[in-house]
Write a protein that binds this ligand. Structure first.
Ligand SMILES: O=C(O)[C@H](O)[C@@H](O)[C@H](O)[C@H](O)COP(=O)(O)O
Length: 257
């Protein structure tokens, strides 16, 4: 597992702008090397902020958005278009503002989709979509340049919550029932899929995340702190604002970016 780096930003707005810039550069570099990029989006409030920052940034014009694949790390199992779906929020804050290729936007199925109100079938469908896009030698999922993850107050990432079955899963995508963060039914990538990415970014803002960040960085196990169990093949980055870093040892808090 790669060693994690920590970047601490003065406030949520600077964090959002910094993540947007880092995401743009990651996509630009991937396209320079391979002609395309593949990123995994997350949900939540800080994600909405860095999506909006990227959508408004002049650097967005340096990217061929038609050659970016967009996947999701998790989704709330709700009807298509529901305002609480991560897909809905990502389309509003980012995708609708960019010339993306609709065929390269891969939302997780909705509860009124082809499998109806069956999250297990929907998870299996997404696993099949990931497998269909897989690269040689990696039968279950495509290459991901970066998986972005918000961090919950309980140290969950995606929809892998402490003490829940998804923590132990080896299947690439699973249904979640009884999630402590509403809505209770979700679909989520699991650790093996998340950790196949070149980079994994854990992005947290606000004092409410300080204990979760400190717990995850203090050597807690995946059952207690799922955020402790994710790592990129090349880089793992904690991208924080000062408030979210407040419970870390002081050496980290001095890493102001
Ligand atoms: O579906 C979800 O709820 C998200 O994917 C979830 O993992 C989120 O990223 C964290 O809970 C942080 O959310 P906030 O940034 O809003 O605190």
């Amino acid at each position: 597992m790669t060693a994690a780096s920590v970047a601490v930003h003065p406030d949520a707005e600077v964090l959002a702008q910094s993540v947007a810039a880092r995401l743009a550069t990651t996509i630009i570099d991937a396209q320079a090397e391979r002609g395309e990029a593949s990123i995994v989006l997350t949900g939540g409030r800080i994600a909405a902020r860095f999506h909006s920052a990227l959508a408004a940034s002049p650097v967005r014009h340096a990217i061929d958005w038609s050659r970016v694949d967009f996947w999701w790390g998790d989704e709330r199992f709700l009807p298509a278009g529901d305002p609480d779906r991560n897909e809905t929020q990502a389309r509003e804050s980012l995708l609708a503002k960019l010339p993306v290729d609709p065929a390269r936007v891969h939302p997780m199925p909705a509860s009124d989709g082809p499998d109806g109100d069956d999250p297990e079938a929907a998870a299996a469908r997404y696993a099949a979509e990931l497998a269909a896009a897989s690269r040689p030698g990696h039968q279950q999922h495509p290459h991901f340049d970066v998986v972005m993850l918000g961090v919950g107050e309980d140290a969950h990432v995606a929809s892998v919550f402490p003490e829940q079955p998804a923590v132990y899963e080896n299947r690439p995508v699973v249904a979640v029932r009884g999630a402590p963060k509403p809505p209770p039914r979700r679909i989520t990538l699991t650790f093996p899929t998340i950790n196949s990415a070149d980079e994994v970014w854990l992005i947290a803002s606000g004092g409410g995340k300080a204990d979760a960040v400190a717990l995850a960085m203090s050597g807690a196990g995946p059952k207690q702190a799922p955020a402790a169990a994710v790592a990129g093949a090349t880089n793992t980055r904690w991208l924080l604002d000062k408030d979210a870093a407040a419970a870390l040892p002081s050496k980290f808090r001095s890493l102001l970016r």
